[in-house]
Design a binder for this molecule. Sequence first.
Ligand code: HEM
Length: 140
Amino acid sequence: MNGAVILETLERVAGKCGDPTPLVYDRLFTQHPDVKAFFVLDTDDGVKGHMLQEALENLIDYSGEGQTAGHFIRAELVNHDNLGIPPDVFRTFFPVLRDTFKEVLGDEWTAEMETAWRGLLADLDGMIAEEAAGMANAGA
Ligand code: HEM
């Protein structure tokens, strides 16, 4: 996975559309209408914005030093499962980010970006699947 290309994607998206929060959650709620209800008390979009910011910071960490993302994402996987958001839904957030950014960048989305994001998503998915399997065993 080419971390520099991931960072470049995030910078370009910020330059092009500013705050991508509405686009990300529009896409999430189109793909998973069932999770919208979880955000019913978030009337000022503060939780949505903060969650996105944390997810992006994890991607930045993972693409660079990779010191905290693994721990953070594993902890959030458990927190979200306790909220009623299972790992299979949790894991969809990162592909939603990639798809949103690809749409924002349009023609500026490069083959390099496609490869870098595919690698990043595969890594994260592997980590989440491993942790989810551990959670299932612990609950069994
Ligand atoms: C489709 C997947 C996801 C859904 C449906 C979801 C849903 C939610 C909901 C409903 C809350 C509010 C919880 C509350 O009211 O206490 C929340 C908070 C949060 N989520 Fe997610 N989440 C998802 C994926 C993720 C991912 C991938 C991350 C990052 C690794 C993440 C990080 C956070 C954080 C840090 C908060 C706390 C935000 C705050 O309270 O300001 N979430 N999430």
